[in-house]
Design a protein around this ligand. Sequence first.
Ligand code: CUA
Length: 301
Amino acid sequence: MTPQIQTTTEAVDQVFLLIFGISVVMLLGIAAVMVYFAVRYHHRRHPQPTSQVSSNLWLEITWTVLPTLIVLAMFYYGWAGYLALRNVPEGAMEVKAVARMWSWVFEYENGRASDRLYVPVGRPVKVHLVSEDVLHSFYVPAFRIKRDMVPGMDNYVWFVAPEAGSYHVFCAEYCGTGHADMITRVEALPEGEFIAWLARVEDEGAGGEDLLRRHGCLGCHSLDGAQMAGPTFKGLYGREKRVLSEGRERTLIVDAEYLRRSILQPKADVVVGYPPIMPDYEGRLSEEDLEAMVEFLRTLQ
Ligand code: CUA
């Protein structure tokens, strides 16, 4: 039942063109006939009714059967296209896409993680969709795929990038203040380059900035002082901050201990003026990563 298709883009475009084509023909046809009849049977030309015909069996059969066939054809191709999007080709590479307010992380089977979705050209990729907090939606216009990411629900999409290149990824479900910042890219690399990229396990001595990006911190905190969903990291270290701790406001100086606590249990001291929306990183970071991140934040003067 599923026609052999090469890419998800083809699967969707074929159905789109079919339905769009039928719609254009119907629109033009109906409008033309309507205008023709309005002129042809204008009451000034025909002051008296010219026909006493009240029904025509064949005409009624025709305008019932024909549209039914057209609509059934649209349904058939739509359904076949949907199946093509749901049936992942064999040998697809598997990646987990994790969405959270407000960034993306893509995790590979060998432990590699990235804020961009690197894929090999020409190989199908199955993307498992996971949300850590609220409803997001994984949307890659170039490959015609869009699927909601519902917390607690398993879902997936697949696609294949036919050519090397960089393709937009958006979040297509309003998920709060930073929704519009949930933008990243699919980077399609030639197979050899991709394998080399995948093998480069960055955990040994990964830079602090790399880690911040990989763990999604930069989705809400800027490095250059720009206003985002959370306070900027620039010049943070050593500064005085008004924070809310257990409902009471107090002032503290940002030191290494405060930075650690703010990463592991961000709700303990929330900077006044910002909502308490950052997820806990307790148990999700290695000690080395945490140290590297805090060390990097200290240097951002
Ligand atoms: Cu995530 Cu909108």
